[in-house]
Design a protein around this ligand. Structure first.
Ligand code: SF4
Ligand code: ZN
Length: 318
């Protein structure tokens, strides 16, 4: 791209190639293109109201940091809205701990209130302790299964207790496509129905609607945007290997995207077209409340309480 001029302003040097648009953009044009797309996602899916109280799930990784940075910029135009961050420390330590520290000081720099919760305090054990207990079970699950369920439940519960009307997460285009492929392959129709820019067919005061403003932003562009905006992303690497099946999906999708630029947007479009059809099936199903903790569940006991019971952790407070 050495010496190539930006396809938009035709004046400045291009720094990034957007293959699915067949364009090369300079720094300024890329930043404005990126932010405009996030605003368009918010408008298109009606993710925000001017009076929303938005909790951002902040991990210290690039996605949630970029999300907070952009939502902060947008909040200036919505003076009646409120924005704060929720940080969950799973107790993984290492680079992930650095990410959490980075997230806290980023909030301080932006003047954003944040609330930090730890697995250790909320569950009685951190993720390492949980995995130690799990190793003694007959059929232990991978770390990400426990971590994901507990984190999701804590985020929803804390966002609700803190008065949030929306919970914003940093899920990007790649996450969404990987999840979609995984659900298609597993034939998990209800999960496909529950995907989308606003999560939840369920409408219930116990459930804070989850919104994904970066859903149409590719991962590699989020990385470039974070670097250009000098965001203090210290990484959130986790020693637990991560989901192996998801990794396969990531490889398949990046191969497809290289060969057929725009594949990810096509897949996202297919999911969006399917959601209304699949949601009709789900709408008749009334949400139930977990008999142990009172949170929303599809069975008698929610996943988080079932895991707590199996692992011998203290039950959630009612
Ligand atoms: Fe948790 Fe898995 Fe993410 Fe590590 S990789 S933070 S265990 S979900
Ligand atoms: Zn429960």
């Amino acid at each position: 791209m050495e010496g190539t001029l930006c396809s938009r302003c035709k004046r400045r040097k291009a720094i990034i190639e957007i293959r699915y648009l067949n364009e090369r953009l300079c720094r300024e044009c890329f930043v404005s293109f990126f932010e405009k797309r996030v605003r368009r996602t918010i408008r298109r899916y009606e993710l925000l109201d001017p009076k929303d109280v938005v909790a951002v799930a902040l991990s210290g990784g690039k996605d949630s940091m970029v999300l907070l940075h952009i939502l902060k910029k947008l909040s200036k135009k919505a003076p009646r809205s409120k924005l704060f961050a929720i940080i969950i420390d799973e107790g993984i330590g290492g680079p992930r701990r650095k990410g959490i520290e980075g997230a806290m000081s980023f909030c301080d720099d932006l003047g954003i209130e944040y609330h930090l919760y730890t697995f250790k305090e909320e569950l009685g054990l951190d993720i390492n302790g949980i995995m130690e207990r799990a190793s003694k079970l007959k059929n232990p699950m991978p770390a990400c299964s426990y971590c994901g369920v507990f984190r999701r439940q804590l985020l929803n519960q804390k966002a609700r207790e803190l008065g949030a009307t929306k919970l914003a997460t940093g899920h990007n285009l790649d996450d969404e496509c990987q999840t979609a492929l995984m659900n298609f392959i597993r034939g998990d129709v209800s999960r496909i129905a529950r995907a989308g820019a606003v999560v939840g067919v369920i409408k219930d005061p116990l459930f804070v609607p989850k919104i994904k403003p970066l859903r149409e932003s590719p991962e590699e562009e989020i990385q470039v945007y974070a670097e250009l905006s000098s965001l203090p992303v210290l990484g959130s690497a986790c020693p637990y290997a991560g989901d192996a099946f998801r990794k396969q999906m990531r490889e398949i999708l990046s191969r497809l995207e290289r060969r057929y630029p725009g594949t990810r947007y096509q897949l996202l479009g297919s999911v969006d077209n399917l959601i209304p059809l699949l949601s009709m099936r789900e709408e008749g199903e009334k949400p139930r409340l977990c008999e142990v903790c009172g949170e929303i569940t599809s069975g008698e006991e929610c996943k988080s309480c079932a895991m707590r019971r199996e692992l011998g952790l203290r039950p959630a407070d009612l």
